[in-house]
Design a protein around this ligand. Structure first.
Ligand code: FMN
Ligand code: EPS
Length: 335
């Protein structure tokens, strides 16, 4: 489905090489100051340009088409669109009969009986995350208003290609480019100042809602909160977070700010694994769907060598949107 959220509802639309991509947000409270400029800083964090990012040049200029009047949100659905300006669809022609390994081509072709728009990955393209970043900006403005600017986000690229030393990142990117390959990475998002009480167990636990959005981001393959998989290796005596003060502050934060599916007032810490880009330039084997036998495929197109670099703000936006939805639900309950 293309919509998410209980009270802060996000609907994403568009295709990478179609007319546009964008988002409609429902449930945005009236009266929030908003203009195209409000999106500039976060859009810049998603933009290509650095070594290891796609050479496709897009202006990524937001157009607010509904939901804002006289510089403020109206309470009606807010729609923001981005026109696609730099498409080279010919690069994708051979993928009709030769779907890329580990991209969505084959599943989309099969599920949608050949009708899916395959150009540039169509609706499965990372370009759709423009809408998510847009939603994140609005979510942060809503959170700012609800909690008097207390929630702060700090999101970093903590690993590239298995290396946690940022000084070596450029070297790892150069090596991936040189070998016509790609690398994955880990993005870590910390949201501090999150109030106690967000999360609706059983099924809408804070972790569940965040993970749902995070796994919607193309190329995300794992999500962990606090110590995550690491906690399975510890004893309770090592893993427990002693509560040290009446506001719920704990001595350690192995739980990543969430217990019982409810935020506990400590920083929410989530780590996300982003896979290496599937579209690599070096030849690979794939199925020729006409003959039914595997064949050599050479992928064209302008691809990110390391998606994780541009995914940092996307991950932060997903976390912000999830917290915003949970916050509006909590508020509707009088919390
Ligand atoms: C910001 C961003 C940029 C991306 N750029 C590319 C790209 O240039 N080439 C590519 O093959 N995949 C790229 N992807 C990932 C694909 O969209 C994704 O791998 C594909 O839709 C299959 O989905 P899955 O990896 O979640 O299974 C990007 C993803 C994001 C979030
Ligand atoms: C355009 C964007 O990223 C695109 C995401 C993408 C993919 O397969 O996900 C493939 C590439 O598309 P193309 O082959 O048309 O250049 C990227 O450039 C963007 O993020 O705005």
């Amino acid at each position: 489905m293309n919509s998410f959220g209980r009270l802060f509802r996000i609907s994403i639309f568009g295709e990478s090489h179609g007319g546009m991509v964008g988002v409609t947000l429902d449930g945005v409270p009236a009266g929030i100051a908003l203009s195209e400029k409000s999106f500039t800083a976060d859009l810049a964090r998603r933009k290509s340009g650095k070594r290891g990012t796609t050479p496709r040049k897009e202006s990524d200029a937001p157009h607010i088409v509904t939901g804002v009047f006289n510089g403020r949100t109206t309470g009606a659905p807010l729609t923001v669109v981005y026109y696609n300006e730099n498409t080279l669809s010919g690069d994708y022609r051979n993928l009709v009969t030769h779907p890329r390994p580990s991209h969505a081509d084959w599943v989309a072709m099969t599920k949608y009986k050949g009708f899916a728009d395959y150009r540039g990955g169509g609706h499965f393209s990372g370009r759709l995350t423009l809408g998510l970043v847009t939603a994140g900006v609005v979510a942060k403005l809503i959170l700012k208003k609800l909690y008097k600017n207390k929630i702060k986000f700090d999101t970093v690229l903590s690993e590239i290609g298995g290396c946690a030393d940022p000084d070596r990142f450029p070297e790892i990117i150069e090596e991936a480019l040189r070998t016509q390959d790609s690398v994955g990475g880990i993005v870590e998002c910390t949201a501090s100042g999150v109030p106690v009480g967000l999360g609706e167990p059983f099924f809408d636990s804070a972790e569940s809602v965040m993970s749902h959005l995070l796994y919607s981001v193309p190329a995300v393959k794992a999500v962990e909160f606090g110590l995550g998989f690491g906690s399975a290796k510890l004893h309770g005596s090592e893993n427990n977070d002693p509560i040290m003060s009446p506001d719920g502050a704990t001595a350690t934060n192995h739980s990543g700010g969430i217990v019982g599916g409810i935020t506990n007032g400590n920083p929410v810490v989530v780590r996300v694994a982003v896979k290496p880009t599937s579209s690599i330039s070096s030849p690979q084997l794939t199925l020729n769907t006409e003959t039914g036998t595997p064949e050599r495929l050479v992928i064209k197109g302008r691809h990110d060598a390391c998606i994780a670099m541009r995914a940092v703000v996307v991950i932060e936006s997903a976390v912000a949107a999830a917290l915003c939805d949970l916050a509006l639900v909590a508020k509707s309950q009088g919390l």
